[in-house]
Ligand binder design. Sequence first.
Ligand SMILES: *[C@@H]1O[C@H](CO)[C@@H](O)[C@H](O)[C@H]1NC(C)=O
Ligand SMILES: *[C@@H]1O[C@H](CO)[C@@H](O)[C@H](O)[C@H]1NC(C)=O
Ligand SMILES: *[C@@H]1O[C@H](CO)[C@@H](O)[C@H](O)[C@H]1NC(C)=O
Ligand SMILES: *[C@@H]1O[C@H](CO)[C@@H](O)[C@H](O)[C@H]1NC(C)=O
Ligand SMILES: *[C@@H]1O[C@H](CO)[C@@H](O)[C@H](O)[C@H]1NC(C)=O
Ligand SMILES: *[C@@H]1O[C@H](CO)[C@@H](O)[C@H](O)[C@H]1NC(C)=O
Ligand SMILES: [Fe+2]
Length: 426
Amino acid sequence: MNKYIATLIVLFISACVAVDLTPYGVKLALTKEGKDIQITWLTNDKGNTPVVLYGRASFTPDESSSNDIYPILSNMGKVESLTTLYWSGNSNQAVMTNLTSFTSYFYYVGDREANQWSPMLNFSTRGFDSSNYLKFAVFGDMGHGGVGIDRDENYTLSHIVERQGDLDFVLHVGDIAYADLTKGSRIFGNQTVWEEFLGIIEPVSTALPYMVCPGNHDIFFDLDVYRKTFLMPSNKLDESWYSFNFSGVHFVGFSSEHDFLPFSTQYNWLENELKQYRQQSPNGWLIVYSHRPFYCSTQWGWCEKSELKKLFVDSLEKLLMKYNVDIYLSGHTHSYERSLPVYNGQVLGTYEAPKATIHLTVGTGGNKEGPDRDWLAAPVWSNGPRFSGTGFGTLNVINSQTIQWDFIDNESNTAMDSITITKGTF
Ligand SMILES: *[C@@H]1O[C@H](CO)[C@@H](O)[C@H](O)[C@H]1NC(C)=O
Ligand SMILES: *[C@@H]1O[C@H](CO)[C@@H](O)[C@H](O)[C@H]1NC(C)=O
Ligand SMILES: *[C@@H]1O[C@H](CO)[C@@H](O)[C@H](O)[C@H]1NC(C)=O
Ligand SMILES: *[C@@H]1O[C@H](CO)[C@@H](O)[C@H](O)[C@H]1NC(C)=O
Ligand SMILES: *[C@@H]1O[C@H](CO)[C@@H](O)[C@H](O)[C@H]1NC(C)=O
Ligand SMILES: *[C@@H]1O[C@H](CO)[C@@H](O)[C@H](O)[C@H]1NC(C)=O
Ligand SMILES: [Fe+2]
């Protein structure tokens, strides 16, 4: 055999052997109607047969352990390349279907042909039909700070892990990994920081659906990395806004980092989305979120004096009022505060049958920039503690009439602030 061909064969074989489809950054997410669970994972190379295997008993990925009582289910996935001049890797996605309520599942993600798999993971469903309602944890602005790499503060995630049996999902309202990197006038992303973060959240994200929306620290590469990593249930891959139903509650997550001015693509989508829901469900719970708050009162640019904030409020607040949005969640300012029902700066009612949206700001994930400690004079809409530490909220929709809201701070790991909200119609 000629030496040249021999070398080619050796190269070809080593290339095959070197295919690395080891899953990392494994995350669950809710889907549009909340009964199927999406799972995404990253791989260095691009596989031909990404797949999720799952079942109600523990098993091995060769599937020889399948049995009649607890068969191994599987669904093929899809893979999207993330590779550009600045990034390398692939995002894989598959969906676990035919799940039942209040059931524990074991699962693997991997590539069938290459026989490379994640460790065996597990998660439990809670009730996903509307009679069960739901409870989720929410925070924004975390990065590595929420887990103690930049600092010794791993309270947000560890306190959520402790409560996982009591939660349906986690919502991270933007400023996810703090992987952005400004060079001159351009914003790049740091793949190391992004992937370390995905590893850090795995104890939570492999056990509970991890829902996100984009923040200003997630916008690098036109949000391409953000969107393909998390694959939220948007109508189109290039849209950073989406909605879903879960246990009788309608959720709408939009992007404060895209054009939101009246009659932009996103604005039209948002209005149409809220209108359609309210026509179908005049009395249902409607929860909206994005990264940036409409109401906040720290001594910090966005809250204090921002032209962009004025445009944001002028463009979008009337939609919250018009379509009876019960709760609005956000972060961005690194603090916790909550409003009374408020519209156009005016307080409208109380937590009992409120006459306007209630705003909860939880930019308290624990990011490396530290908390916003200085406050403006308390505005009329401000109610309850204004807190500059770290922590997260839990929102418990108890039934069609009642929501219980708690804020859990990192020091006490108990609810330092609680309110009960009854359904309002406006
Ligand atoms: C889910 O159920 C449908 C209908 O019973 C069946 O056709 C499908 O194969 C099931 N999917 C899996 C992954 O078992
Ligand atoms: C499920 O996974 C967790 C780690 O996320 C582990 O501690 C637990 O033992 C697993 N449960 C079972 C039943 O294997
Ligand atoms: C919190 O930090 C400690 C010490 O660094 C570490 O042992 C532990 O695993 C961390 N917990 C989580 C949930 O990351
Ligand atoms: C990306 O982050 C890693 C880990 O923090 C750091 O070592 C590296 O220098 C960063 N890359 C750039 C280009 O800043
Ligand atoms: C959610 O439910 C509402 C009505 O209750 C319906 O209009 C909508 O199409 C459903 N699905 C999504 C993804 O919003
Ligand atoms: C809780 O967070 C605050 C503010 O970030 C910090 O000063 C404090 O050290 C944290 N608590 C503990 C026990 O580390
Ligand atoms: Fe932010």
